[in-house]
Write a protein that binds this ligand. Structure first.
Ligand SMILES: *Cc1c(COP(=O)(O)O)cnc(C)c1O
Length: 389
């Protein structure tokens, strides 16, 4: 789980390709082979957690990825997991015990929302939602039992960025552990460890793998904390299979070139949509009109490939768009090479009450786009045609 040998690779575009890869190469193989072996011969290990075994997250495919992911975020250590939810649930269960209290940003990823509101209370873990951009209201939710502050670096589907600097200062002042779901920006656009955030969590299913063909997760951050999560994961069993490790490593190698294209195309599309007569509202942090544009520009290296918009004409216009569009695939999830379109009110946020959706600003006609890496000209032409009368 170390990143030391990566210090020679300074720049992200080099790290995605080279960091963590075994040296010397295994039998000269340029690509790290798949170690499809559940267990490994004893090498003198005395601790259960050090025995080489797939569930113990320490085969060569795991350690390669751990070093690479730590290097990408300039963090001390990393751990891969069987899914993004395995990373999130295992991390919360590692650091929260019955009687503890969690401060958590509202407008969470649906799975995390259900975990926090449905599962944590059954374990005696209490929580309070707070608005990420309302730091003045955080203190009144603080309790003597508050252990951690949980954020998402870019919210779904409105692409809001919390007041991260205030959040980090607040957590430090009150001795809280900071955890952030960094899936939407990916390590290309934001690296939480550089800002002193303790743990960064990812659904590697999205940008990190980038090809919509595996489910995986990661925990990246301070070494002693990641080691605690690894021991919990070893017990809970949400380990990533070596073949999926191999695919994730392969996907990460093109992260920088993909993200460059995602960032660029989403910016172009957002600008186009914001001037289109068939569009009422566009949510994209790269637009000067976005409430956290300046904050995002200061802390992030890119605005991501995610945007959402509302056509003029409400739910009927949204339906018409879905009937007429050709390029974007109607499918959940995000972060792959192909452009995807969803209606959050009927998919990712269908589990939320209409009142809660209304309060957060997720209207029934809102369309979320994961901008892929197709030609942005083709994309823009398709949106223009589908949104025009
Ligand atoms: C998809 C997603 C998750 C869950 O990841 P899985 O890999 O599907 O388990 C968590 N957080 C965010 C922001 C996501 O987009």
């Amino acid at each position: 789980m170390t990143g030391e040998k990566n210090v020679v690779w300074k720049r992200l575009a080099t790290k995605v390709v080279r960091a963590g890869e075994p040296e010397p190469r295994i039998a000269g193989a340029v690509v790290t082979p798949i170690f499809q072996s559940a267990m490994f011969e004893y090498g003198g290990e005395s601790d259960y957690h050090d025995l080489q075994y797939i569930r113990l997250n320490n085969t060569p495919n795991h350690t390669t990825l751990h070093a690479k992911l730590a290097a990408l975020e300039n963090a001390e250590a990393a751990l891969v997991t069987a899914s993004g939810m395995a990373a999130i649930s295992t991390t919360l269960l590692t650091f929260l015990s019955p009687g503890d209290h969690l401060l958590v940003q509202d407008c969470l990823y649906g799975g995390t929302h259900d975990l926090v509101t449905g599962d944590l209370p059954r374990l005696g873990i209490e929580f309070d939602f707070v608005a990420g951009d309302d730091s003045g209201a955080w203190e009144e939710k603080l309790r003597p039992t508050t252990k951690a502050f949980y954020f998402e670096s870019m919210s779904n589907p409105l692409l809001q960025v919390p007041d991260l600097e205030a959040g980090i200062a607040f957590a430090r002042a009150h001795g809280l552990l900071t955890m952030i779901d960094n899936t939407f920006p990916s390590p290309c656009n934001f690296r939480p460890a550089e800002h002193g955030i303790d743990l960064s969590l990812h659904s590697c299913t999205k940008y990190l793998n980038g090809h919509s063909d595996i489910v995986a997760g990661a925990v990246i951050g301070r070494r002693e904390l990641v080691e605690e999560v690894r021991r919990k994961l070893n017990h809970l069993g949400g380990s990533l299979d070596p073949h999926a490790c191999f695919l994730l490593d392969r996907g990460i190698k093109t992260l920088v070139v993909r993200m460059r294209q995602h960032n660029e195309s989403a910016q172009r599309l957002a600008e186009f949509l914001s001037e289109h007569p068939g569009v009422k509202q566009v949510n994209y942090p790269g637009l000067a009109s976005h409430p956290q544009h300046a904050l995002t520009a200061r802390l992030f290296d890119g605005f991501s490939g995610m945007l959402s918009f509302e056509p003029q004409g409400g739910i009927d216009a949204t339906r018409r768009y879905f009937e007429k569009k050709r390029l974007p695939v109607s499918a959940p999830s995000l972060g792959g090479v192909e452009t995807l379109a969803t209606i959050p009110a009927t998919t990712s946020h269908a589990g939320m009450s209409p009142q809660d959706r209304q309060r957060l600003g997720i209207t029934d006609s809102l369309i979320r786009i994961s901008v892929g890496i197709e030609s942005s000209e083709d994309l823009i032409e398709d949106f223009d045609r589908a949104l025009s009368p």
